[in-house]
Design a protein around this ligand. Structure first.
Ligand SMILES: Cc1cc2nc3c(=O)[nH]c(=O)nc-3n(C[C@H](O)[C@H](O)[C@H](O)COP(=O)(O)O)c2cc1C
Length: 229
């Protein structure tokens, strides 16, 4: 797969001539390292605390994730209460991450975010653009619950992945989780009718060194098809 074929001189702050190809490969190797290091951690060091400033940075960085029409369907429930944590633990088949993680974030999605006055239109410059946008979104999404939910899942999943990568970049480990009773957890968190759960993300420091374990993945030629499936 060719990443970049163009090679023309650019100048960095020291006025040293470099090529675009160098810049691209340098950037992708940093992202590649973070992608390669990320592992789903099963057991965290329960003594570790994540400073609020780190958590805020992780969440804010994650919100740069793309979403259809920039609707930003994601909503985050941060679980701080020990009693709720313990109930969640029971509803998640007693997986140890729930009680050992430094932070537990339930990544939710507002399935009707496209219908809200404020968020989807935050980049519309004026009322006319807002109205146009609103009628377009109504045409596309109203009466199509499956599409509303699919779009929300896509956006909230990209948010979740961005969150895990930023956490990894800041020296923490994570575990994405869907192994819990969605219905009962939704009730426990008092989710309004338009909000559903995408996944749970546990964050902290790996206590077992799992992040160093080798990743097992099938080779790309197994899943990449050219032109048609
Ligand atoms: C949607 C989703 C749900 C998952 N649910 C759980 C879970 O409930 N418990 C768990 O230990 N791991 C869970 N995982 C982690 C996967 O087991 C893990 O991503 C996979 O084995 C690949 O390993 P890696 O993430 O370390 O590369 C989940 C991952 C995803 C994407």
């Amino acid at each position: 797969m060719t990443v970049a074929t163009a090679s023309y001189p650019i100048e960095n702050s020291l006025n040293v001539k470099r090529s675009v190809v160098d810049t691209v490969s340098q950037t992708s190797s940093i992202v590649g390292q973070i992608l390669g290091q990320r592992r789903s951690v099963k057991q965290f060091d329960a003594e570790v605390e994540i400073p609020d400033s780190d958590l805020q940075d992780i969440i804010e960085a994650a919100s740069s994730a793309p979403s259809a029409f920039n609707i930003q369907h994601w909503r985050v429930v941060q679980i701080k209460d020990q009693d709720i944590k313990e109930q969640l633990h029971t509803l998640a088949w007693k997986q140890p991450q729930i009680l050992t993680a430094s932070e537990l974030l339930v990544i939710c999605m507002d399935v009707r975010a496209w219908d809200k006055e404020k968020l989807p239109f935050c980049h519309a410059p004026n009322q006319e653009a807002k109205d146009k946008f609103k009628s377009m979104l109504t045409n596309i999404y109203s009466n199509n619950y499956q599409l509303q939910r699919d779009e929300a899942q896509r956006s909230a999943s990209l948010f979740s992945m961005s969150l895990m990568l930023q956490a990894q970049a800041k020296g923490y480990q994570t575990c994405p989780m869907s192994g819990f009773d969605y219905y009962k957890v939704g009730k426990l968190l008092k989710l309004p009718p338009n909000v559903e759960i995408c996944m749970l993300v546990a964050l902290g420091k790996d206590s077992e060194g799992n992040e160093k374990a080798k990743k097992t993945r099938v080779a790309a030629d197994h899943f990449v098809k050219i032109n048609t499936f």
